[in-house]
Design a protein around this ligand. Sequence first.
Ligand code: ADP
Length: 167
Amino acid sequence: MSEPRVAIYPGSFDPITNGHLDLIRRASRQFEDLIVAVLKHDTKRAEFPLGERLDMIREAVAGLSNVRVGSFDGLLVDYARAQGASLILRGIRAVSDYEYELQMALMNRKLAPEIETVFMLPGEAYSYLSSRLVKEVCRHGGRIDDLVPPMVANRLCAERVAGSDNV
Ligand code: ADP
């Protein structure tokens, strides 16, 4: 029997969106074991602390039995090796994602030739969706309830109310 294929889906997930979730659902049908891995220390300033990002992902993937959630620091390939993963999953929304993703995939291949990066495309409805844009729309009072899971919308709205100027 062949070895189960363990894939890692790394990212900031600040916060998880329906685009990430679409990719997770697609990947969970292709790989025996999928680990959604949140980068602990990103150069970008995070909106949500790591613990909250992990909670939101856990809730969103609760119905997918072969999906686990974790976090990592340092080199992704070291984490992938420690988890026994042979695949790194990344999403490509548009050509604009390609250059950055290509660089990272080739660097990871140089560091760990035995690990392959695989790219998947989200459903077209999600191809314009990013965590950054969702936060921006919410900040200005736009509707985001069909762009993110319900608990993410609630938390983002709560932050907006807490952060609003009520004079
Ligand atoms: P990072 O900071 O590592 O890019 P993100 O959370 O922004 O973290 O994205 C993680 C991965 O998910 C990336 O490969 C990104 O291209 C992909 N991704 C983000 N949003 C979407 C989406 N709407 N559809 C498909 N893939 C996406």
